[in-house]
Design a protein around this ligand. Sequence first.
Ligand code: FES
Length: 160
Amino acid sequence: MANISSERVELYKQLDEVIAKWKDEQGGLIPIMQSAQRTIGCLDEEVQTYIADALNIPVTKVYGVATFYSFFTLEAKGKYTINMCLGTACYVRGAQGVFDELCKELNVQPGRTTSDGLFTLDAMRCIGCCGLAPAMMINDDVYGKMTPEKVHDIIEKYRN
Ligand code: FES
């Protein structure tokens, strides 16, 4: 059986109920995985192993499904999700430079979460603020006319 983190024990109990319901159903794996993601927040290695053990299937099968569908995420999101717009209007006004600076400032690759669990860095195609290009969002806050020079101070606000 998978080793599970102590803070997730209660969450796995909830997941057990869903597993019991879908275990013998054909196509039951996806609703189980969706429920796990809703309950636990992601399908990391521990969650994948837990589901595979419970269903007595190879973990590679769970991993394959988790990576096939874009609505599954393998990593818990940070407290703050940064969505940098790389759509055309933003791109031509230097969004890539801002995005590169965000990677550097946070020391994280695109799509990943910082090791302190504070930030997840993502890119989007348009966040609906083209007049403010280049634009980014941190959770629901919009930042327009971004430059690489502004990155540090904005990130610091969330760190504190
Ligand atoms: S292209 Fe960036 S906000 Fe629309």
